[in-house]
Design a protein around this ligand. Structure first.
Ligand code: COA
Length: 338
């Protein structure tokens, strides 16, 4: 499992995140009755109370719709069902995000409405077909897609990536240079793709997927793949007229790599306030799963101007559905990554 400090996934034990003032927990106990769910919620509340946090974020696995079967139990314990990932190819097993937020960590109505409208506008467009996405990748003549998984970044590439990260995220919860070292040391945990320009040899876009296997109490094991650190150069537009869409391409390529690895849940937690990342998630074929309320602290840079004083940001869940990801594998076979 990934180094916790840098992990997008977190932990299968309740984990205190002091920067985010929250408890995170991906609970491997398979939920099939009210008693188990009650114990899980109590354990989460206990962890929250003993750390004094303002948020608890819990993921639970079940074959049934928790909202349909246990809504009263969940609401009664102060939690809300915030998002659901039902990818389809997991014998009906879905991953449900349950969240609790303290009184000082609620949504401001105006922000919530702006974020809702963003998702509405993104998903009201037609989702492109796989062959259209493939055409877009084929049509790009200026860039090479490079699978960097398990390879050490050349020093100049590492420097480019660190500079690009700083451009995009002036403030960030962890040191990105250290993260690059970890990516290289743990090829079994991370997949990375870069888009390199043939004109100047520089990296123009980057994305990373973190892989974790969760073994449930009923014996099943699922591979989870979570997107992390998607970004592109912000200063390249003049020399590279096709720079738009480069983030979409690297994410798409990573989805193919994930599918080829037999990933069960492929998803992202994307900041609810940012237009581009939500647009491209839908444009590469992901479905909207819900919103994690005031989930964490990132850089504070937003497209939507928040009215509330809270610095915490909400995150939208986007996920791939089985059939679509399988189609992506077919598309990948026609154009393998370098
Ligand atoms: C996420 C990112 C890699 C996507 O790159 P990309 O695939 O080239 O996509 P673009 O940035 O061109 O934008 C995607 C879409 O959002 C639109 N968009 C971007 N910013 C916008 C804004 N502020 N307001 C309205 N629309 C916006 C673009 O017009 C485009 O729409 P279209 O495809 O319908 O034309 C890139 O935007 C980026 O580096 N962002 C900063 C880092 C970041 O936020 N990463 C995600 C962390 S959660």
């Amino acid at each position: 499992m990934a180094d916790r400090q840098f992990s997008a996934f977190g932990s299968t034990e309740p984990l205190f995140d002091p920067k985010g003032d929250r408890i995170r927990w991906c609970c491997p106990e398979f939920v099939d009755d009210a008693g188990k769910l009650t114990r899980i919620l109590e354990t989460a509340r206990h962890a929250g109370a003993s750390s004094g946090v303002s948020r608890i974020s819990l993921r639970a696995f079940s074959d049934i719709d928790l909202a349909e079967h246990f809504r009263r139990l969940i609401v009664g314990s102060g939690f809300r069902i915030e998002a659901v990932i039902d990818p389809g190819r997991t014998d009906g097993c879905r991953m449900t995000y349950l969240g609790w937020c303290g009184p000082g960590r609620q949504d401001h109505d105006t922000d919530a409405e702006a974020e809702r409208l963003l998702v509405k506008s993104v998903t009201s467009q037609r989702m492109p077909e796989i062959h259209e996405l493939q055409q877009e990748v084929d049509a790009q003549e200026v860039f090479d897609l490079v699978d960097y998984t398990g390879k050490p970044f050349a020093p100049s590439d590492a420097a480019d990536l660190v500079a690009m990260h700083r451009q995009n995220f002036p403030r960030f919860p962890y040191d990105f240079e250290q993260k690059l070292d970890i990516l290289r040391q743990q090829p079994e945990t991370y997949l990375q793709v870069v888009l390199r320009s043939r004109l100047d040899g520089k990296i123009h876009a980057f994305s990373n997927l973190e892989l974790n296997t969760v073994r449930l109490s009923d014996g099943r094991a699922f591979v989870l793949a979570e997107y992390d650190n998607t970004m592109k150069r912000t200063d390249a537009r003049k020399d590279h007229p096709t720079v738009d869409g480069t983030g979409r391409m690297v994410r798409l390529q990573l989805a193919r790599l994930a599918a080829a690895r037999g990933v069960d849940f492929c998803y992202s937690e994307s900041r609810s306030s940012l237009v581009a990342i939500n647009r491209i998630s839908y444009q590469i074929g992901m479905h909207y799963g819900g919103k994690l309320l005031k989930h964490l602290l990132i850089s504070g840079e937003t497209d939507i101007e928040y009215r509330a004083p809270s610095r915490f940001e909400s995150m939208n869940i986007w996920f791939f559905e089985t059939g679509r990801l399988a189609s992506l594998i077919q598309a990948a076979l026609s154009q393998p990554c370098q």
